[in-house]
Design a protein around this ligand. Sequence first.
Ligand code: NAD
Ligand code: G6P
Ligand code: MN
Length: 454
Amino acid sequence: MLKPPFILAIAGGGSTYTPGIVKSLMVRLNDFPLAEIRLYDIDSARQETIAPVVEKVIRDHSQTIKFTTTGDPEVAFSGAHVVFAQMRVGQYKMREQDEKIPLRHGVVGQETCGPGGLAYGLRTILPMVELIDMVERYADSKAWIVNYSNPAAIVAEGVRRLRPTARVLNICDMPVAAMRNMGAILGVDRHKLEVDYFGLNHFGWFTRVLVDGEDQLPALRRHIAKFGLLTEDAAQTDPQHSDPSWVKTWRNIKPIMDNFPDYLPNPYLQYYLMPNEIVEHQNPDYTRANEVMDGREKKLFAAAEEYKRTGILPDAFHVGVHGAFIVDVACSLAFDLRQRHLVIVENKGAIANLPYDAMVEVPAYITAAGPEPVRMGAVPLFHQTLLMQQLASEQLLVEATLEGSYEKALQAFTLNRTVPTMQHAKAILDDMIEANRDYWPALQKAWVNGEAAS
Ligand code: NAD
Ligand code: G6P
Ligand code: MN
């Protein structure tokens, strides 16, 4: 087992989430003792902008934890015990493209769902593998990478194919954010909920929500029929998902459950089950990427600037489930706590009627040797079919990346439920290829010399 105090490296150190995650680490130092925090990023200017804020958060809690920022993987990962990954390959500039290109063709434009998520996946698989190789080269041999980098479903599948034995655990904060809202509705702390859940990342359903052994899904169903997955006054206990667009997303749980009341859907299912309504309400010239750049990013950068000028750090970043969850998972991995968390794992029969090797999202006991998935049994035909189609789309995208196959990329786009026709798929993919010319060079070459030219 790993021995504390730990050296923790954060890949994607310049992320808007870094200060919040570090704050979550600071309030849990008794559970997760730290000797050093290292930020690693390929954009040193961005990382250096955020670093003073991070250092202040650390110093408010500890004078002894060493703090390092670097763009050198050897410095970042040598002897590291735990690595948190939160890279956004292509940054917000490319997120904007992922969202706006499909919208130009009347298709959902989203960071992780539909063609936007597929394009983001094409950019991220190989940098993620590079990160794993650097960590394996320099870090403690028992080090774990806990990965938030999106699109997590595709990243997980790419890593399974290319680095099947790597000590990487892919996680998402959406289920735990949904559980936070459930807790607020039920009037209990989210840690008191024990849930059953099955699906893929950003594509799954809660089937049971136990509180003290009693299933509260019927009570939630009655509440959601009136208010969606929000408390009656829509007060959000966690600021991360409380912008107006998120409030709309929580409310959209209602129309989905009005039609299919059995299970409580992951909010991201809105993009697959009601895409036309989503597109109608999206502004093709101002998407979530713009909201985030004008909101979360701007606020953090302004605070960093003000701190530099005045020595006073304004309240400028979120501390909530996102940071708390990754720290919980890291504690369970490091100390073999066997806590039950919803994570992304190889299926191995957890969902009986999905492929054995699919990367699924289910509850798992998190041990020092990795996650042990809990068996969710066979799922109904409706859900199984939706899942199989999404899985095929994501798996073909990974194969397209590995084989340099234009045809498989086109199949991945065509199979995605958000894309109505083959012609839409092709038009969007071709625009994506142009927009991603700095990120998919090897693929472009293969596509031009091979199938794309034929
Ligand atoms: P951000 O752009 O603010 O931060 C990402 C950082 O990653 C940037 O500083 C960028 O320079 C860096 N980066 C890009 N490529 C890199 C590489 N190859 N090596 C090292 N660093 C690299 O983005 P953000 O909004 O703060 O989000 C960060 C990431 O976390 C994104 O991937 C986002 O999708 C993900 N995220 C995931 C979840 C989840 O549920 N899994 C939740 C929230 C955020
Ligand atoms: C949720 C999802 C993440 C996603 C994030 C986007 O937390 O689980 O996977 O990256 O939302 O939030 P944003 O505020 O950047 O749109
Ligand atoms: Mn997520």
